[in-house]
Design a protein around this ligand. Sequence first.
Ligand code: SME
Length: 151
Amino acid sequence: MRADYGTLASVIASLTEDETDEVALMATVVCELHHADDRFDWTGFYRVTAPGVLKIGPYQGGHGCLVIPFARGVCGAAAREGRVQIVPDVEAFPGHIACSSSTRSEIVLPVFGRGGRLIGVLDIDSDRPGAFDGADAEGLSAILTSVFGAL
Ligand code: SME
């Protein structure tokens, strides 16, 4: 099944109401997203923990790399540029970090808090090629803004 982002947004809003702890919010968001869509094989956050450094946060799926510098990978590009990255074929992305050899495509979104502060990135990997499009970017961005935008 494919995620219904509108429904997910309301479920996540009710589960996270009044919560302001970033890790608690991330854990809840990844859990809800990961189980809502068959395309999602790895769903997780990387957090900005030092200048130019992303460190693994809450995730679902197999183990992920612990640290990703902004200079590397799709996650690094999303953090560096502050823009959503949709990669239809990870083998064609220079510097892609392969944590699982089954990953074929991915989407990575920057996560912003109050005033545009970069909190981290949301990384979703799929075993299917070309799994993500603009509708995913839109639906996921709306959820991230409503959960993290005021922190
Ligand atoms: N999507 C990544 C790395 C995969 S993870 O560690 C799960 C990238 O930024 O290239």
